[in-house]
Every structure is written in C-alpha cells, then in structure tokens.
Design a protein around this ligand. Structure first.
Ligand code: UDP
Length: 335
C-alpha cells in the first residue's frame, strides 16, 4: 500500500495484515475496532483483563469463528498462537476517573504492558500501532497541538499516572523501532466518544448524557471555559486502520479539530436530549488541560484521513444508545 505524501491509504488493513491482535479489545474503542476489523475480513485476537473493559461490548462477536478472546493482564506477558500481522495496543484505563482510581495499574500497563506488546511485535514481525494520547501534551502551552510539541506535563500531579505512562509507552515504541527495527506507529488520540462508553465512566460525554436523561444537573468542573475536541468513534477506528495499513512511524495526532468549551458541550447535550436539567459548576480538576485541539495536517497528508461525523450526529448516537440501555434496564427491573 502506498503511503507516500498525498497518497490516500485504503480503509482496510492491507491484504497482508489479516491476523490482528487488539489489546484492550473489550473496551469502548477496542470493541468498535474489533468489530470493524472482522468486517474487513481480518481474524482478531482480543486481549483484555476486563479491569475497565466489559464483556458485553464483545458479546456479539463471540460467535464469529475469526474472533477469539484472551482474558489476560498483558503486564504478565503476551503470547498469541499463530501468525500475527498487526497489533493495535489500546490496553489502559482511559477515563480520568478510572486512572485516578487505578494509578499503579495505569503506570504498569503503559510500561510493562507496552513492553509486552512490543516484544510480541518483535517476535512476530507484526506492525504495531500504539494508542498514545493527547495527554502527552499535558496542559499545553502551544495551541493547537502539533506533533512537534513536547508538552507541558506535571510529572507528580494526579494525572501524571496516565500522562507519563503514555509518554513512557511512546519512548518504549521509539526504542524498539531504533534497537530492534520493529515496525510501529505512535498515534495520539484526542477525546474519542461514542456508544459503549460506560454510563458511569466519569468522562464529560457520558456524564452529561446520563445527567440530562435523568433530569439531574449537568456537572461542569471549573469554569467550563476549558476546551476539548471530540472525535466520534467510527472516525477514530477508520484512522487506526489506516495507521495499521501505512508505514509511517508517527507520532501522529488523530482527532477532530472542531474545538468547543466544556460548557458548550453541556449545553449542546442538554438541547439534544430535550432536557430541562440545570447546569451546575463544581470545583475544577487538578491539572485539567485548559485547551485541547489537534493539528491533524500529518494524518490528512499521510493517511488521507479526516473526521467525517459531525458532533451533533455523534452525540445523537450516544444519546440514543444510552436511552436504549435505560429502557433495557427498566425492562430488566420489571422481569
Ligand atoms: N468534565 C466536566 N464534567 C464532568 C466530566 C468532565 O466538566 O462531569 C470536564 C473535565 O474537567 C475536562 C473535560 O470535561 O475539562 C473533559 O473531561 P473528560 O473526563 O471527558 O476527558 P479528558 O479530556 O479530561 O481526559
């Protein structure tokens, strides 16, 4: 597949990358990726320890002959039978609420877990795509953020368990590329959202949607003037597939450059749900990044990719899926 500048990569994994391993495959993003890989004709080994992943996310994939699940903490090593052509390494708590609750586990999976994924890539000569994060930029002093920016991370603050784990992961990938010639790409994901986020996951989108549907106040932390750029999950999945199919080493930002304040997102979700909830202001989170917007010129050029799903449409999908979950829970309660 030609990945030269200006060339467009196909959405698939490329004919020679049929056997994929997805770490964190039972998570929100991982499950959508597994589903898409199967649709593209790949065989998928999903590795997950369910510390933050959810078996329900992949229940509908279990009957597919080309899908297999390995329930395992990758920090204890990563063995996979048979050929491996591509590894997408997503395993990590991703919500601030989760990584603040699991600080040591987060550091461990970003370090020992990433080393295990890289060892597998080295042994099998697979291409590895490492899901790093916009959090490597910390509370950025450059805006929007492009890949040349080294970031502004407080190494001792509460968020550092995630930020530094992702930064360590990037350093580990770079070392394996240099020392062992591993074929790898670092991608930096910016705030992916969509159905299958846990309703109690703690992040902005699920919190606001649940609060609006329940008629409870929407909890804005701090002034609400901090910004985020939200990327719908199918757009992120498409970008990940293209990163697998390319030969670029990254680092590469993957996100939607449409930037909004947190307060604007709260108001939009309230409008889209038709809720009359009020908006309440709670104390801000420590070291909460004040601005975040990806510069995606590199991904546009190398992958021929840009996000396609408008925020209103993506949020409508989340709202509808959360309504379905609530209806199913009510039915369950009646049974
Ligand atoms: N946030 C908020 N209310 C919530 C949850 C999050 O105001 O109920 C804010 C949070 O402080 C941050 C932004 O929304 O400024 C995005 O937070 P999220 O946890 O979704 O992701 P992050 O980008 O911080 O990893």
């Amino acid at each position: 597949m030609d990945t030269g500048d200006g060339e467009r990569c196909g959405g698939g994994m490329g004919g020679d990358r049929r056997n994929a391993v997805v770490t964190g495959g039972a998570g929100f993003l991982g499950s959508h990726l597994c589903e898409r890989l199967l649709r593209e004709g790949a065989s998928v080994v999903c590795v997950d320890d369910f510390s933050t992943g959810n078996p329900d996310n992949i229940a509908h994939l279990m009957s597919d002959d080309r899908f297999s699940l390995v329930k395992r903490d990758i920090c204890t090593g990563l063995e996979v039978d048979g050929p491996v052509d591509a590894i997408v390494h997503l395993a990590s708590p991703a919500s601030p609420q989760d990584y603040l609750r699991l600080p040591v586990e987060t550091l461990r999976v970003g370090s020992a877990g990433t080393l295990a994924a890289l060892e597998l890539a080295k042994r099998t000569a697979a291409r590895l795509v490492y899901a790093s994060s916009s959090e490597v930029y910390g509370d950025p002093l450059v805006h929007p953020q492009d890949e040349t920016y080294w970031g502004n991370v407080n190494p001792l603050g509460p968020r550092s368990v995630y930020d530094e784990s992702k930064r360590f992961g990037e350093a580990a990938v770079a070392a394996f590329v240099r020392e062992h010639g591993v074929d790898a790409c670092v991608v930096r994901l910016f705030n992916t959202y969509g159905p299958r986020m846990k309703p109690d996951d703690g992040r902005m989108v699920p919190n606001f949607v649940v609060q609006a549907l329940e008629g409870k106040p929407l909890t804005v932390y701090g002034s609400g003037r901090q910004t985020r750029s939200l990327c719908y999950v199918s757009d992120t999945v498409e970008a990940l597939l293209r990163a697998v199919g390319s030969d670029h080493p990254g680092p590469m930002n993957l996100g939607n450059p449409v930037e909004m304040t947190v307060l604007e997102v709260a108001e939009l979700i309230r409008d889209l749900t038709g809720s009359t909830s009020e908006i309440t202001f709670l104390p801000g989170m420590e070291d909460d990044p004040r601005l975040r917007r990806p510069d995606i010129a590199l991904a546009r050029r190398v992958l021929g990719w840009q996000p396609e799903v408008p925020l209103r449409q993506g949020l409508a999908e989340v709202i509808s899926s959360f309504r379905d979950l609530r209806a199913a829970a009510r039915l369950g309660a009646v049974d």
